[in-house]
Design a protein around this ligand. Sequence first.
Ligand code: SF4
Ligand code: SF4
Length: 380
Amino acid sequence: MDRLVKTTVVIEKCDSYEREAVVDAVRRCVEHLGGMSRFVRPGRSVLLKPNLLRGAKPEKAVVTHPEVVRAAALSAREAGGEVSLGDSPSLTQLANTLAQSGYDGFMREIGVRAQPFEEVREVDTGIEGPFHKIEIAAPPLDADVVINLPKLKTHAQMYMTLAVKNLFGCIAGKRKLGWHLKAGRDYEHFGRMLLQVARAVSPALTIVDGIVGMEGNGPQSGTPRGLGVIIAGTDCVAVDVVICKMLSIDPDLLYTHKAAREAGWGVTDLSDIELKGVPLDEVTVHDFKPARRGDLILPLPAFAKRRLRRLFTSRPIVNVEACRLCGECARICPAEAISMDREIIIDYDKCIRCFCCQEMCPHGAINVREGFLARWLGGT
Ligand code: SF4
Ligand code: SF4
């Protein structure tokens, strides 16, 4: 008996950020999903949630490109929605981040209001343990429709940041660090928390900017990688599955994917996804450079010698040549494991391997040094 098709994911090619090409590709994606009027009714509030990790020029591939966000805003506006845009960059104010990332112009042009994520609400996730209740920013909870607009990037801790992970930005500001601290080195647990945030926000539509993604030392200091695609769907878990297949990555490497399978939330199997747009094999790449694996941490006993632990476990290391002693890594470290003197010193006994420092260093001066285990596995 045929399996039921549960959801649709669309892949459309788009080779540049030329305005009309992007508008056209986003429109084709949305048409395959039933058109924007399926999601947005006249007068309803629409919140766009791009990836605005920090203010960065669009060509760096750190933020969702403003042309992709503009195309989604335009489409929602044409459907009659009251469109706003929000995120919670970890270190900078939303207004500065928008200006630095080239968003100001289109927001004025289309009439998109900025919504800083300041007010929060407590959401009961219904799961046991420290993630039982999560404070999520009010705007995504209050909006009639959330449109999730991730950037396709690598991520040292979570392997990739795609559709599900992008919604972690709905945790307001520095509260994100608190969640890292609660999860500690348990990445599977952190993946479960990310899934719960995605469930609470439940975006109606996800449109991923994969025109130029990021590979290598992401999500901030990696290398832009042209992939030439926009990928869209209503199920953010399914969207992530299709992107993994496109990049020849096992979706199980994503902790959010494992969490989704475990929870039975979202479509986790490619055979249950109806693909529309261009065929997957036309856009598949086999040489995408993943992030260095920060997740391979050998559980050594407390008495294990410091040196032994360092040898076996992945860890952040500072490139002293590139470091400008700005101190942002020390400010952001949830475990207070970083101190500054004439150089940056990381206390690896305190470090929980969340890689927030690597994620946020504005000068790309922190890399992931894989431990023996990761290197050995990588070489097999
Ligand atoms: S954030 Fe980067 S540049 Fe700034 S002090 Fe830390 S390692 Fe150095
Ligand atoms: S040193 Fe870096 S990886 Fe370690 S806990 Fe601090 S921010 Fe996280």
